[in-house]
Ligand binder design. Structure first.
Ligand SMILES: Cc1ncc(COP(=O)(O)O)c(C=O)c1O
Length: 396
């Protein structure tokens, strides 16, 4: 039987789950809060049930301190970021991405700013560090708030400081597939007292889940801990495929983070360096082996940054070559992904005229991107199989 390696997965051991169970009866939220505060060196930290809710809470809090309504974000990122913006009664404004850095393009960002701009949302996609110095400078010049999306970049550092701490407010996701996963979850960090107070008020309104719903989360977390391991992933692949989201999200649930998950978060954080180092090593290996190949582009990395790759992005010049490599990598038993196959302006109708593409880089990028897993269940042997497939696909 050929074992399948999933595209995303951060292992949770039964010892971690046991620690989560025992700590769920005491101060696990406060403990996890202390861990995140120590990691980020931020004064305030708040938990939510997801990164999406974290973003929503931030936006609702910002509405209480400003009358401005526009939120600028890159046209290529998690499309679900549009939902909290709309739900908060604000207007998403997209800017293009850079085909060099694979993140928000700062020149395009500057063109979007006007007197209605409330905040800028730089996203460290796939764990790739965005140049926060540039973003902060633009924001300060225009008196704008920066909400830093570090949902998929936990562990990535710039000048030795973790992503998520450079903006006025930062947020993380602990969803499945993230660098630290408690099945779901989100977290907000800030030093800005007035914003923290508004965020705290919004968080206090989040409903607590009932006992049955909490039990369901615990059961799913245990199932996920097993499911991401290649042996179980292979056996239950048909079932798991059915459970994966395929439909476009139109709304999201918001509720309080559970103590059980916070307990597991604490346990996982204690050994997160091992996971982050593996992701870094796998990304660096892929970078070194692929960098010289013609027909693909890799992201230009920010100096003084250590990128912890959530997944490793490879941009193909030729879409057919990309499709062929995707098929072959998956046939070799390793799941690569094509997330997201469309940029945001082609997923949600935000009123842009698509006849002349307003964000051509984002469209080009989404059609030619292949993501390679970097999680700890990958190894040099599996990465070498992928490298060879890409090499042969490019006719090298
Ligand atoms: C860049 C980015 N921001 C935000 C989110 C939302 O986080 P969550 O899935 O926890 O709601 C995601 C999730 O995939 C993401 O990748």
């Amino acid at each position: 039987m050929k074992l399948l390696t999933p595209s995303a997965g951060t292992p949770v051991s039964f010892a971690d789950i046991l620690r989560g169970c025992t700590s769920s009866f005491n101060q696990s939220i406060t403990a996890f809060e202390s861990v995140i505060k120590a990691y980020t060196q931020k004064n305030y930290c708040y938990f939510t049930n997801s990164g999406t809710t974290a973003f929503y809470i931030i936006l609702k809090a910002l509405k209480t301190v400003s009358k401005r309504t526009e939120v600028i974000l890159p046209a290529y990122t998690a499309p679900s970021l549009i939902l909290p913006i709309k739900k908060a009664g604000l207007k998403p404004v997209l800017c293009d991405i850079s085909l060099k850095t694979f993140n928000m393009d700062v020149q395009s960002l500057e063109k979007c700013i006007n007197k209605n701009t409330l905040c800028i949302v730089p996203v460290h996609m796939f764990g790739l560090p965005m140049n926060m110095e540039d973003v902060m400078q633009i924001a300060r010049q225009n008196s704008l708030i920066v909400v830093e999306d570090a949902a998929s970049s936990l562990g990535t550092t710039i000048h030795g400081r973790p992503t998520g701490v450079f903006g006025d407010i930062g947020f993380y996701s602990f969803n499945r597939g993230k660098n630290l996963s408690t099945l779901s979850g989100g977290c907000i960090v800030t030093d800005r007292e007035e914003m923290a107070s508004a965020i705290k008020t919004e968080c206090a309104l989040l409903p607590e889940l009932g006992f049955i719903s909490k039990l369901k989360i615990a059961t799913k977390l245990i199932a996920l801990a097993l499911a991401v391991r290649p042996f179980f992933y292979t056996i239950f692949n048909d079932l798991i495929s059915k459970l994966k989201y395929t439909a476009l999200h139109t709304d999201f649930d918001s509720f309080a983070y559970t103590r059980f998950q916070a307990g597991i978060g604490c346990a996982l954080f204690g050994q997160v360096a091992k996971v982050l180092n593996k992701r870094y090593d796998h990304g660096t290996f892929l970078f070194d082996m692929l960098a010289h190949m013609k027909g693909i582009r890799l992201p230009a990395l920010l100096p003084h940054a250590v990128p912890v790759f959530n997944q490793f992005p490879v941009l193909f010049e030729n879409e057919t070559v990309k499709e062929n490599c995707f098929e072959k990598i998956n046939s070799a038993g390793i799941e690569s992904t094509k997330l997201y196959p469309d940029p945001i302006h082609r997923v949600y109708n935000l009123g842009y005229n698509l006849d002349k593409d307003p964000f051509p880089n984002a469209t080009y990028f989404s059609r030619r991107l292949l993501l390679i897993p970097t999680h700890p269940m990958m190894n040099i042997e599996k990465l070498s199989i992928i490298i060879n497939i890409i090499k042969n696909g490019l006719g090298e």
